[in-house]
Design a binder for this molecule. Structure first.
Ligand SMILES: *[C@@H]1O[C@H](CO)[C@@H](O)[C@H](O)[C@H]1NC(C)=O
Ligand SMILES: CC(=O)N[C@H]1CO[C@H](CO)[C@@H](O)[C@@H]1O
Ligand SMILES: [Fe+2]
Length: 579
């Protein structure tokens, strides 16, 4: 079977909203027994290929053949491509494709050099290609992908990550040293330290799986784009843990980036998504059911935001993260690793990190002029503010003063329940034991509602867009990380990525997790009338009006964007963690 460029390296769309489907047909002869020159009858292989970007006019087609059998050469007559707009293009080849070979075809119309107006084609004539986009996409995901919480400003290079100006000089655009760039605030850091020493999945004795704990340095270039400039795959520096650079061999750099993406997948699934939305929401939900009677205004306020959360988490415990669950099947952190991760991350979990604006500020990612393309931050702050204003309105209806807050024993028992059972009474977590003011109460309820709705939406519904492209977020790695430069081959990369079975498990899971429910209740929709008082209904109406305004602002902002950001648009944020 001819191996199309997709054969081992599945090309899945990672953003269905801008994806396009192409239909390819390869007309070829497969040479089955070259010894007798016996050809199979001409055969036509059809492929549907989905790509995530607008490719514009198709000028070139590249086929890669890999050698699987001793005699698997084939003769390719031509390839036809049916484009999403219905054009049929023909790419003639009429050549043998033998061994491991790469062939680039141009469309059938004959062209002279002077006709080649498009720069890319001229470059093709010299066989020069540029891949600047990949690094940009890699950087972009730290801001607006499905795990936009890892990146922070670097004010001092950690000792364990000894990057020097010499190493990154060709990435720096301002004629400054690395230290000067750091001083100016142009350097960012992503550190997967939490994964250091976590056990990789050993549940399948036939496939060894690997984890690492990379550190990645990023640079804000002159166009204000954030791009990676150095990657160290493990925490401890040393000769067998080199710092990979964009100037290295392209496969070295690619594999280093894939390791970061794989680590990001684990942090995203287990910490950002599971612990910091699902489990936190459950803690608020359980405390609410245990301590607040159904007539309590805060029960009425919170109950729509914990709807189905305990049920979905129970299901997850039974099917996803249990022994022999999906996690064990496909994730390198399966077989116990994810439990270690949750335990470590729970220890470090703080109340202030759940207060969205504070968390953004703590990472020094708050300045809009400085970091203009951080839509997760911009939209998240807006949603946080209107939730805060809504909870303030409701609190003002029932609590005339801070004393009333202090004296509400049911409320205090609810807060204490979260602290004692959820946070195991850890004072340094910053979770309050009691609440003394209306202002603090409104912040507390905003944490509970924002985490269940907006934060969960931001990290849940992007999963199919970003994680279904396997090389972009490999749920497991089947080879250990490279320990030296200059040895990585494309074969090694393919062997490191998950096999087909694990890829399928993974795809099914991320797809299912990215779907809205039927009759989904989005933020601010409260069809169950827990409240009957008119002032509360007015507060709800104002809440919905504020949310609608955010929807318009976001949709205006997204207009004409190649990569729109819509996960925090309130009309896409469900009220509660239910998937
Ligand atoms: C309590 O929380 C702090 C701060 O998050 C953390 O450093 C510490 O390890 C935690 N202690 C326990 C026993 O979990
Ligand atoms: C709970 C969890 O995050 N498990 C993940 C392990 O891998 C599957 C499929 O690869 C993910 O989609 C699961 O969510
Ligand atoms: Fe979820």
């Amino acid at each position: 079977m001819p191996s199309l460029f997709t054969s081992n390296f599945p090309v899945f769309c990672f953003n269905p909203y801008i994806s396009q489907q192409f239909h390819l047909e390869l007309v070829c002869f497969l040479c089955v027994q070259p010894v007798t020159d016996h050809f199979s009858s001409p055969q036509i292989d059809s492929y549907d290929v989905t790509v995530a970007e607008d490719l514009g006019e198709i000028q070139l087609l590249k086929i890669e053949k890999r050698k699987y059998w001793v005699h698997d050469d084939w003769y390719l007559r031509y390839i036809t491509v049916k484009t999403p707009v219905g054009d049929h293009l023909e790419f003639p080849c009429y050549r043998w494709i033998t061994e491991d070979k790469e062939i680039v075809l141009r469309d059938g119309r004959a062209k002279l050099h002077r006709d080649d107006k498009i720069q890319m084609l001229k470059q093709h004539r010299q066989y020069v290609m540029q891949h600047w986009q990949e690094d940009f996409m890699f950087g972009y995901q730290f801001l607006n992908g499905c795990n936009p919480v890892m990146i922070k400003r670097c004010r001092e290079l950690p000792k364990k990550f000894p990057v020097t100006t010499d190493m990154v000089e060709c990435s720096l655009e301002r004629n400054l040293t690395l230290e000067e760039e750091i001083k100016q605030g142009n350097i960012f850091l992503v550190d997967y330290e939490l994964l250091d020493g976590v056990d990789a999945n050993k549940t399948d004795p036939c496939t060894l799986q690997y984890l690492s704990a990379p550190i990645c340095l990023l640079y804000k270039n002159m166009e204000n784009k954030i791009v990676p400039i150095a990657i160290q795959i493990n925490q401890t520096p040393g000769p067998d843990n080199p710092i990979f650079l964009p100037s290295d061999d392209k496969y070295d750099w690619l594999l280093a980036k894939i390791w970061v993406r794989s680590s990001d997948f684990h942090m995203h699934q287990t910490v950002t998504h599971l612990l910091r939305t699902h489990l936190i929401s459950e803690v608020f939900g359980i405390a609410m059911f245990r301590q607040l009677p159904a007539v309590h205004p805060l029960f009425k306020l919170l109950v729509p935001h914990v709807r189905f959360t305990i049920a979905i988490n129970t299901k997850a415990r039974e099917q996803l993260i249990c022994e022999c669950g999906l996690f064990d099947k496909a994730n390198a952190t399966g077989g116990g690793g994810h439990v270690q991760m949750v335990q470590r991350a729970t220890k470090e979990l703080t109340y202030s990190s759940l207060c969205f604006p504070e968390e953004i500020k703590a990472k020094e990612m708050d300045s809009k002029e400085d970091i203009p393309y951080y839509y997760y931050r911009d939209d998240g702050i807006k949603v946080w503010e209107v939730i805060k204003s809504f909870t303030t309105d409701v609190i003002d209806i029932y609590y005339e003063s801070d004393e009333v807050v202090c004296e509400d024993m049911e409320l205090q028992a609810f807060v204490k329940d979260v602290y004692v059972y959820g946070m195991k009474g850890n004072k340094s977590s910053g979770f309050p034991k009691t609440i003394k003011t209306r202002e603090k109460l409104s912040e507390y309820l905003t944490v509970a509602i924002f985490t269940a709705s907006a934060q969960h939406a931001a990290v849940n519904f992007g999963q199919y867009d970003w994680c279904s492209w396997i090389p972009n977020s490999p749920p497991t790695m089947r080879q250990p990380p490279p320990t030296e430069k200059g040895t990585v081959t494309i074969e090694q990369i393919v062997e490191s990525l998950p096999d087909r079975g694990r890829s399928c498990w993974h795809l099914g899971a991320v797809w299912a997790l990215s779907q809205f429910q039927e009759n989904e209740l989005f933020l601010g929709m409260y069809p169950d009338e827990h409240f009957i008082e008119k002032p509360v209904k007015q507060a709800m109406m104002k809440f919905r009006k504020d949310l609608d305004e955010i929807v318009s602002v976001i949709s205006e902002r997204n207009k004409n964007k190649k990569l729109p950001y819509y996960y925090l648009s309130p009309n896409r944020i469900p009220n509660s963690v239910a998937v």
